[in-house]
Write a protein of this length. Sequence first.
Length: 256
Amino acid sequence: MNHKNIIHYLVLALPGLSVLYLIRLNVLGVPTNVFEILVYLIVVLAMLSNRSLPRLSHRDYFIMAVSTVVAMVALAISDDLRTGLGMVKGWLIPAILVFELLKKHLNSSKDQRLMLQIMVGQGLIVAGVALLQQLDSVSAWWIVQAPDTAQYFNFNRSVGLFNSPNAAAMILALSIIISFSLARRWWHYLFTIGLVLAIGFTGSQAAALALGIGIIVYELLTQERLFTGESQMEILKKIRNTRISAETLHKKIPAA
């Protein structure tokens, strides 16, 4: 495997490694995190590998310009300029860089599937921790490490790798959707069941609402009940194999 292939797979893994932003550190007095450093490192390696700056389209320049304007407005109205600059450095710039990297490296359905599998893997790690946190011994240890989480554990709400149940539920909800689309064998659905159990233990009403709205929108667009079938396996296959296009929409819904 040459260095270009290594960079390629690192780029595909980035969305599934976003949880690394939780590992915070200081570099020369500047607060940062492992995910941010990883993004900048991959960008530098990609530029050195190509020995030239990446070519940007007009759309790329437009996205960067709009993002810059939004950042400037946010900084202008922010009460804490230092915090605002930190958010731009830590959230906005890495997000744009990841977008540009993925746009260049997602060249096939195989690449897309690998990226999604890594994202589900991240969700499974969060789910595993969330399930373990239902054990009194684990939750007690976690409270010692992160005292702010005690307010959630007192109500038997798991936080996963985060300091908030809602943050964990956000990752889990996305992983549930992706795992459904990737499932090919019956045992693949066991992963989805674990993710669903974990999101239930977070007690996040926002995540449950988001999944519920998704089901409602699906049924409105297709004019078909989602959870109907002769068996549970048939229902799961129906969810996985759904394709929504202009032809499948109800006649009363415009195509565009």
